[in-house]
Ligand binder design. Structure first.
Ligand SMILES: [Zn+2]
Length: 208
């Protein structure tokens, strides 16, 4: 056993997917989970980019991050997003804006998972992270049970911009953890553009 492997086991470095102690890759997955992680091929020049398929160990890791207080996963995910941005030469934006949660939801959860990744990502890229500029003003119901048209209606006017001067004429990277129908990010993007952002690229860690 290598010293590194021994130390990893000793320090109980648990895989973010299956929670077993193992030698982990850069993103926190063990070799077995790493093989099950599926990277998404985005069409060229897409303004809606997604990195991983929301399934298997990726889904388990994101659920742990969101619902099980594994906030330290945020650093691992930020590294993954950082590598994606570097590999795809997407660095030419000014600021990162996380998709916000309604304050009641954030209060219950204790944190906004997308903001945690965005803050870590901003520090890796030496960019500005604008938390609190885009706010969720409507406490929408869960999108999972809704049809596509109901989803759009559900998120309509759900967001608002505070201190619009901070995003005015800026190229924004809008970040979220999971992309499902795209209704949420589309509405958030529309709100940022209406408030004066020059452009908005949507980037999500995963796509359902
Ligand atoms: Zn694993």
């Amino acid at each position: 056993m290598s010293i590194k492997k021994f130390l990893n086991l000793f320090l109980k470095n648990l895989c973010i997917g299956c929670r077993t102690p193992a030698e982990l890759n850069r993103y926190g997955f063990c070799p077995s989970c790493e093989r099950k992680v599926v990277f998404i091929e985005n069409p060229p020049d897409s303004q809606n980019l997604h990195i991983l398929r929301y399934e298997g160990p990726v889904k388990d890791a994101i659920c742990g991050f969101k619902y099980n207080r594994k906030t330290y996963y945020g650093k691992r995910f930020a590294l993954l997003v950082y590598d994606f941005i570097r590999d795809n030469k997407l660095e030419s934006f000014d600021a990162i804006v996380p998709v916000p949660l309604h304050w009641k939801k954030e209060f219950r959860r204790g944190y906004n998972q997308s903001a945690i990744v965005s803050i870590n990502l901003a520090s890796l890229l030496k960019k500005e992270c604008l938390c609190g500029v885009l706010v969720k003003v409507k406490n929408t119901v869960s999108q999972t049970e809704l049809s596509e048209s109901e989803r759009k209606k559900n998120v309509k006017d759900a967001f608002s911009v505070r201190r619009a001067g901070l995003i005015e004429k800026k190229k924004i990277l809008l970040f979220d953890d999971v992309y499902t129908s795209g209704a949420t990010t589309a509405e958030a993007k529309k709100t940022l553009l209406a408030a004066g952002a020059r452009s908005v690229i949507v980037l999500t860690l995963s796509r359902a």
